[in-house]
Design a protein around this ligand. Structure first.
Ligand SMILES: *[C@@H]1O[C@H](CO)[C@@H](O)[C@H](O)[C@H]1NC(C)=O
Ligand SMILES: *[C@@H]1O[C@H](CO)[C@@H](O)[C@H](O)[C@H]1NC(C)=O
Ligand SMILES: *[C@@H]1O[C@H](CO)[C@@H](O)[C@H](O)[C@H]1NC(C)=O
Ligand SMILES: *[C@@H]1O[C@H](CO)[C@@H](O)[C@H](O)[C@H]1NC(C)=O
Ligand SMILES: *[C@@H]1O[C@H](CO)[C@@H](O)[C@H](O)[C@H]1NC(C)=O
Ligand SMILES: *[C@@H]1O[C@H](CO)[C@@H](O)[C@H](O)[C@H]1NC(C)=O
Ligand SMILES: *[C@@H]1O[C@H](CO)[C@@H](O)[C@H](O)[C@H]1NC(C)=O
Ligand SMILES: *[C@@H]1O[C@H](CO)[C@@H](O)[C@H](O)[C@H]1NC(C)=O
Ligand SMILES: *[C@@H]1O[C@H](CO)[C@@H](O)[C@H](O)[C@H]1NC(C)=O
Ligand SMILES: *[C@@H]1O[C@H](CO)[C@@H](O)[C@H](O)[C@H]1NC(C)=O
Length: 344
């Protein structure tokens, strides 16, 4: 056999096959958004061969559609989101994660902590003062770290303004309780960040955090180039994957778009599903497949007065669509902007 000849014969073919297909990556995951209207869409992301390795859903409990999927097939990463009480003294998160690990035998290795504590509830943040977050961290995150679970820094806009007082408050409280030994310091294991904007914005957000805390892995848990035309969105998408895959400090990432284009709150073109629940080009590429040509806004989309939710036409005939395009956003506000302790 002459391997070099074999290789040169195979390469052009391999290149042709990859030319219009996406790639897969062990870093790639799913930011799961609640989906009561089309639960059939949920299965897609965890299907055999989807290539996605992990997901989170903004809460501590696994998504029902994946509740029987083992961690090594599709890893669930719980999120605390906010504290269960106004003063942060509760341990509901620790309690539930411990139960999940011990009773449900789900091998949790990573958890996300608070989601935008520096922003108020109206803005969709978890509105936590650094000192309250510090209390909640000591009660929930530190015991998990002692069990070997890696805990992410709260998701924040920048690594300084809220993070500095949070870490100082946390270490001060800890030192007061545990004495002055040198281990009395709050530490975190990875940095989840979000990015909405062009490719420079994405790179500079990764660099901002990587420079603030060198050697701590970055997870881009939500990203996209929102509200752009299709060509701009696809160009950004195509640039982002090789960058995220090849940048060592980036340990994981998740494209924000696991929903139908008609309920997108980031513009239709970043959505991974068209109005009928079929993969768009970006959706298919994200899962490692070929482009589909399915349009985010085909001509028979609701909004076209001859095709309505009440009178669907085209490919959609015979199904029911929700007609208001802002629903995803209002679902988010309802679910996540309301403080946890007031919901319960
Ligand atoms: C994006 O990449 C796909 C292949 O993965 C290719 O078919 C498409 O033309 C690219 N689009 C742009 C705008 O770069
Ligand atoms: C957690 O989710 C499962 C479905 O995945 C559900 O059966 C269970 O009731 C949920 N637990 C709580 C406490 O909400
Ligand atoms: C924190 O708040 C909870 C519930 O609101 C209350 O029961 C508890 O006593 C408070 N703890 C402290 C230390 O203030
Ligand atoms: C789990 O979380 C729920 C809220 O979702 C809370 O009511 C319950 O007390 C928690 N369980 C434990 C064991 O802490
Ligand atoms: C949990 O998963 C981690 C990472 O995959 C692995 O190293 C560890 O052995 C697993 N633990 C158990 C109890 O299965
Ligand atoms: C929430 O924050 C935004 C932006 O900082 C501000 O404009 C708004 O007034 C705040 N809302 C409340 C209810 O505090
Ligand atoms: C928390 O930090 C704030 C601002 O840096 C400071 O004023 C306060 O004294 C700190 N509280 C504790 C308990 O360390
Ligand atoms: C990327 O976006 C930033 C922020 O909006 C802007 O300042 C910059 O000019 C943009 N860069 C390119 C290459 O378009
Ligand atoms: C993509 O298309 C090529 C050429 O038609 C085909 O050989 C390949 O199997 C397809 N890949 C996937 C993942 O469907
Ligand atoms: C509306 O949908 C109908 C039926 O699919 C199609 O024939 C027509 O071209 C569409 N009109 C527009 C303005 O997109």
């Amino acid at each position: 056999m002459r391997p070099s000849l074999l290789l040169s014969q195979l390469l052009p073919l391999a290149w042709l096959q990859l030319a219009s297909a996406g790639s897969q990556s062990p870093k790639r995951g799913l930011v799961f958004t609640p989906n009561d209207d089309w639960p059939e869409d949920n299965k897609l992301w965890a299907a055999e061969g989807s290539g996605l390795t992990w997901y989170y859903n903004f809460g501590w409990n696994a998504t029902a559609a994946y509740s029987t999927t083992p961690q090594d097939k599709f890893e669930f990463v719980p999120m605390m989101w906010g504290a269960g009480t106004e003063n942060g003294t509760d341990t509901y998160f620790l309690g539930n994660i411990t139960t999940t690990m011990e009773k449900d035998k789900r091998n949790i290795t990573h958890v996300l902590s608070f989601s935008h504590p520096e922003q108020n509830f109206t803005n969709g943040g978890s509105e936590m003062k650094p000192v309250v977050a510090a209390r909640a961290w000591i009660n929930n995150a530190i015991p998990l770290q002692k069990m070997g679970v890696k805990v992410g820094l709260p998701i924040v806009g920048d690594p300084y303004s809220w993070v500095d007082p949070f870490l100082k408050n946390c270490s001060a409280l800890l030192a007061k309780e545990k004495g002055e030994d040198k281990d009395s310091r709050c530490t975190f294991d990875f940095m989840p960040i979000t990015s909405y904007g062009n490719f420079s914005v994405l790179k500079s957000r990764v660099d901002l955090f990587a420079n603030a805390f060198p050697d701590i892995p970055v997870w881009v848990v939500e990203y996209g180039y929102n509200d752009q035309d299709l060509a701009t969105t696809q160009k950004f998408f195509n640039e982002s994957l090789p960058y995220l895959d090849s940048t060592d400090i980036v340990e994981r990432y998740a494209w924000f778009g696991a929903f139908r284009s008609i309920v997108s709150n980031v513009g239709p073109n970043g959505a991974m599903l068209d109005p009928y629940g079929d993969l768009t080009d970006i959706g298919s590429w994200y899962l490692g497949g070929n482009g589909t040509g399915n349009e985010a806004l085909p001509t028979d989309t609701p909004g076209n007065s001859s095709c309505t939710a009440a009178n669907p036409c085209g490919k959609n005939a015979g199904t029911t669509l929700r007609s208001d395009v802002d629903l995803l956003f209002s679902d988010f506000l309802l679910l996540f902007a309301a403080p946890f302790f007031r919901v319960n």
